[in-house]
Design a protein around this ligand. Structure first.
Ligand SMILES: [Zn+2]
Length: 396
């Protein structure tokens, strides 16, 4: 190697002739070696720099491609996430609306808020126990798509629980409404007509509001069904509560006194539109059902009169009174004293004349006063529910 190098770089003497002068140029082996080395180094440096630039360019383009790819992926996933987030937000808002509606109904019709529905919470609803078993078979976790992201699964579970709750509530409400319907029919009233009149805005001041127009149906079929079931239950149960089945005085009634009979003053046949309760002057006169006193004063023939409106088109009239124990506008409970027995007006002796009017027409009060135990049981149940709602409203 050394010898080869030595052979390559030998001392050279170059003979140069210029304008007749002859000169010798001497190129030493050492000098040649130095030039070769420097040239080599320069070449190497250039090559290195070029390669570095090339590599860096290659790297950059690779990076750029990678970044672009990442950006595209990020944009796509952002769009996906945004869409999903919108969906989740929408579902959550829906759930909240439905929850609000359920709470509103629960408070308005049962005086309680439904159990807070979390995925961990146990069986919901104070009314749910009465629901038939088949509805609770709708297991809330069963139908949920396992491919959904976790937060969407939580929402889906909540939605299923809510739907389950609404279904159970519907069954319980329908159950109550059907019982009330039977009791109302047994009292000689037409349940379908009562509900129809109430829906048309007739039938007295105690008809509960119907929730905001169209809201329930916008919350789904089950909510629309629930709304009309609640309305039906409310009308029929409040009618039952309004039925004057309490004794208006703690004395015996003249059970044959309603209907056509000879007028004690003229002797001619006349319609006697109420029941008479003979008793001692000043005996307490009691409201036959809860309601609002709407008249206190004199009426021709009736003498001193108190009238109580029980809602659902039902009114009771107490006549021939010797004194009043209530004022117009007062809310009275069943059995609360409103007046004193007397003999004012067309009366032949101390007695109470008791009338029940249905939508302004006098009816025989006996069918209400002689309501059977099964009817009274349903009525008592209705009274408790309506009472608990009134208590909640009063507490606000
Ligand atoms: Zn009478």
């Amino acid at each position: 190697m050394r010898r080869r190098l030595a052979a390559l770089f030998q001392d050279h003497e170059i003979f140069v002739r210029t304008h007749g002068h002859v000169r010798f140029l001497r190129v030493s082996a050492l000098w040649q070696k130095r030039v070769a080395l420097i040239t080599g180094l320069v070449l190497l440096a250039w090559a290195g720099a070029t390669i570095a630039v090339l590599v860096s360019q290659l790297l950059n383009s690779g990076e750029r491609a990678a970044v672009a790819k990442q950006q595209a992926a990020a944009a796509a996933s952002e769009a996906r996430i945004a869409k999903y987030r919108d969906n989740v937000a929408e579902t959550a808002a829906d759930l909240e609306d439905r929850q609000e509606q359920l709470e509103e109904w629960s408070k308005a019709h049962f005086g309680v808020a439904p159990a807070v529905m979390t995925p961990q919470a146990g069986a919901p609803a104070p009314v749910a126990e009465k629901a038939p078993l088949k509805t609770s078979a709708r297991n809330s976790g069963a139908a949920i798509n396992p491919n959904l992201p976790p937060e969407a699964q939580v929402l889906a579970r909540l939605e299923a629980r809510q739907e389950d709750f609404a279904t159970r509530l519907l069954a319980a409400v329908n159950d109550r409404a059907t019982k009330a319907e039977g009791a109302v029919a047994k009292l000689g009233m037409n349940p379908a007509a009562l509900v129809r009149n109430a829906a048309a805005g007739r039938g007295g001041p105690f008809i509960p509001y119907r929730s905001r127009n169209g809201r329930a149906s916008s919350l789904g079929e089950s909510f629309a069904a629930l709304e009309s079931a609640l309305f039906r239950m409310e009308v029929l149960e409040r009618t039952l509560v309004a039925i004057p089945s309490g004794k208006p005085a703690n004395v015996l009634m003249l059970s044959s006194s309603y209907g056509y009979r000879s007028d004690p003053f003229t002797g001619a046949g006349a319609m006697h539109s109420g029941l008479d309760y003979p008793g001692p002057m000043g005996s307490p006169i009691l409201a036959a059902a809860p309601g609002r006193v709407v008249f206190v004063g004199q009426k021709s023939g009736y003498g001193n009169v108190v009238e109580v409106d029980h809602g659902q088109g039902i009114l009771t009239r107490y006549a021939h009174l010797s004194g009043f124990a209530s004022t117009v506008g007062a809310q009275v409970a069943a059995g609360e004293q409103i007046a004193k027995m007397g003999s004012t007006g067309r009366s032949t002796g101390s007695h109470l004349h008791f009338e029940v009017r249905l939508n302004g027409v006098a009816v025989n009060p006996r069918r209400f006063l002689e309501a059977k135990a099964d009817v009274l049981e349903v009525k008592d149940d209705a009274r408790q529910r309506v009472g608990s709602v009134a208590a909640v409203r009063g507490a606000r």
